[in-house]
Ligand binder design. Structure first.
Ligand code: COA
Length: 169
């Protein structure tokens, strides 16, 4: 684990990864399996979380993910990921997924957007503090504001479920 600063800019750990899809990644319809894309999303987000926090980080949650258009075999899928928000030990990583069609020169299609929460952990798997993310552009500030809204909804939902389990039948 490296020495971690108190804060880090969004741009410092932003990452872009591309993947050419293959025959062994299809579903029964012959398009790319959603789980393949989700695995790549988790991996790319995990790298961003580890780089931002300067060590290990685990996936705590992944928000609902809507696939807008199918990815076809051979398409080039692009994953753009960044830290949108940081708490004490948790980070929201946003991943935008786009694709270039393998057989045409057409505008990139937007496949999906995913939001994941990663928690930085120490050697014993206990949460550890992360550097605060510092947004430097209007777009990054917008993403941070929207991540705060998602965070409050996640916490409210978690609390409501806990309360309902504890409530008498
Ligand atoms: C994620 C994990 C480390 C959290 O541990 P915990 O003891 O519940 O930690 P805490 O309650 O102290 O929460 C730590 C942080 O995680 C956040 N968090 C925990 N569960 C969360 C969830 N389901 N969604 C969003 N945030 C969550 C908390 O809000 C807190 O954030 P903050 O420090 O920024 O305020 C623990 O639940 C874990 O190890 N889960 C398994 C992770 C894993 O193995 N992932 C791979 C799946 S195969």
């Amino acid at each position: 684990m490296t020495d971690t600063p108190a804060s880090r800019s969004t741009a410092a750990t932003r990452l872009a990864v591309s993947h050419i899809t293959a025959q062994n990644e299809t579903n029964l319809l012959g398009t790319v399996h959603g789980g393949v894309v989700m695995t790549l999303v988790d991996s790319v987000a995990g790298v961003v979380a580890a780089r931002h926090s300067g060590g290990a980080a685990v996936t705590a949650s992944m928000d609902e993910m809507v696939f807008v258009v199918p990815v076809r075999v051979g398409d080039v899928v692009h994953f753009s990921a960044q830290v949108n928000w940081t708490g004490r030990s948790s980070m929201e990583i946003g991943v935008r997924i786009t694709a270039d069609r393998w057989d045409s020169v057409s505008p990139q299609v937007h496949v999906a957007t995913a939001y994941l929460v990663f928690v930085a952990v120490d050697e014993e798997g206990k949460p550890r503090q992360v550097p605060q993310v510092v947004p430097e552009t209007d777009e990054d500030r917008r993403r941070l504001r929207e991540a705060e809204i998602r965070r409050s909804h996640r916490l409210a939902r978690r609390q409501a479920i806990i309360a309902s389990r504890e409530a008498p039948e």
